[in-house]
Design a protein around this ligand. Structure first.
Ligand SMILES: Nc1ncnc2c1ncn2[C@@H]1O[C@H](COP(=O)(O)OP(=O)(O)OP(=O)(O)O)[C@@H](O)[C@H]1O
Ligand SMILES: [Mg+2]
Length: 238
């Protein structure tokens, strides 16, 4: 089966320093792939480099067989690639509804946009009941849901999530991951960076371990959970 996203030999530099070093990675439809690794390993840079947000990079990226290496971020969105960054990105002084309208700015047809907003509100009922509330007054988990909901308005094939569970209470973490699994079950491809290794691996199909800008291990998620190196370094086992 062809990959939705195919990344080959992706490298990136910041100020002459090599931050990504020849990363190879594929994500298929209906699959969750999680990237784990210590702080500073280059996980966020990997997602940013895929989304053309780092100043210098090299390699090859295709989306559904199409070369997208030269495309700007808004063109990537239109090509079916969505990205939720590590740091909060809702507009705090706009309502949930207004945030969703902004997220759909590339959808030209107002009727299509209204239908899609309706659909994502069904997926995230917590947003529906509070549509008129300021986004900035919602809990961290609810803001994460809004960020994910907003990217879905472009009807992406692949969603990149940078630490969706960061700073959330355990119950909210479970809710966010349940939504991620729902997207997978709808046939979307998900590429996720996570520090919450145990929970992330338990919902993922495959996973990679990054160290010093390179993918060191890549395997089925359940196999990595049993991997002695992963257990020692990331799951706090001896
Ligand atoms: N804009 C930047 N300019 C210079 N160096 C940067 C920049 N952004 C990141 N770096 C460096 O690149 C390396 C990788 O950073 P990155 O944010 O990708 O790591 P990460 O794996 O996402 O870490 P974390 O788990 O803390 O989020 C780090 O050494 C960081 O200091
Ligand atoms: Mg990061």
């Amino acid at each position: 089966m062809n990959a939705v996203l195919d990344v080959r030999e992706l490298s990136a530099h910041y100020g002459g320093r090599n931050i990504l070093d020849g990363v190879n990675l594929q994500v298929h439809a209906g699959e969750i792939v999680t990237v784990i690794g210590h702080n500073g390993a280059g996980k966020s840079t990997l997602l940013r480099a895929i989304f053309n947000l780092v100043p210098w990079r090299s390699g090859h990226i295709t989306m559904q067989g199409r070369d997208v290496m030269g495309l700007a971020s808004d063109q990537l969105l239109q090509a079916g690639l969505a990205y939720v960054p590590q740091h909060r990105s809702v507009f705090p002084r706009l309502t949930i509804e207004e945030n969703l309208q902004m997220g759909g700015y590339l959808v030209r047809d107002a009727k299509v946009l209204a239908e899609r907003i309706e659909r994502v509100l069904d997926l995230f009922p917590v947003l529906k009941t509070r549509a008129g509330q300021w986004a900035g007054s919602m809990s961290g988990g609810e803001q994460r849901m809004l960020e994910i909901a907003r990217t879905l308005l472009q009807d992406p094939q692949l969603i990149m999530l940078d630490e969706p569970s960061i700073g959330l209470a355990p119950k909210m973490v479970d809710a966010v991951f349940a939504n991620v699994q729902l997207l997978r079950d709808q046939g979307k491809a998900v590429l996720m960076v996570e520090q919450n290794v145990k929970k992330a691996l338990s919902v993922s199909d495959r996973a990679c371990v990054m160290e010093l800008g390179a993918v060191r291990i890549q395997d089925q998620a359940h196999r990595l959970m049993d991997d002695e190196r992963v257990a020692r370094l990331y799951l706090g086992h001896r």
